[in-house]
Design a protein around this ligand. Sequence first.
Ligand code: MG
Length: 250
Amino acid sequence: MIVLKTSRELSAMRKAGKISQAALKLAGEAVEPGVSTWEIDKIVRQYIEKMGATPSFLGYGGFPGSACISVNHVVIHGIPSKSQVLKKGDIVSVDVGACFEGFHGDNAWTFPCGEISGEAKSLLEATEKSLWLGIEQAKPGNRLGDIGHAVQEYVEARSYSVVREFVGHGVGAKLHEDPSVPNYGTPGRGVRLQPGMVIAIEPMVNAGKCGVRILQDGWTTVTQDGSLSAHFEHTVAITPDGPVILTRLD
Ligand code: MG
């Protein structure tokens, strides 16, 4: 069931989105060689709690961190760890959610750790661009397939691939709500978008093939072929005026 949000609920979601984005920015600033993913997670948790909010991911389905931190060939759901120390050239996907006044914000970004290779840089640029193209389609009258298609078309034209097993989702009083928001699709197909819907659009893009597998810890999701993977996400409200990004600072 898709829960439509009132304008009052959207302003509450805006606050949760702002906290989520600020936490993600802090995480990005902390990404540098020699820093462990555990330290970055701690920065995220401390900031969210200081703002009177709750880290959405902490304890979610038993997840042990406040942020998912996924390095290089890890696609998503990387578990923060003291033993994982970042190196120059890594690409570091940080996924952060915060719950404030009963509503969640959810966002992710892939940060370069120091100087990165040209290949890695192109992957980050293409994945970010596909997010913006997906967001552009998030307007009333369009359908979910328009979003997925915009992402997929751009990504595949660059010979990258879009992950199928994990998708975007509705966001609200629950972190994951209906509908599912795939990063692939057919224009004009799927659920029709209407004002009051809030969705997380989150392309996960592999430099190689689209296959992924989950490691024995039950969380860490890696590319099957060991290729690099990037992840960018915003929480977006569908409004009569078009898409409004809730996970932004200004
Ligand atoms: Mg999400």
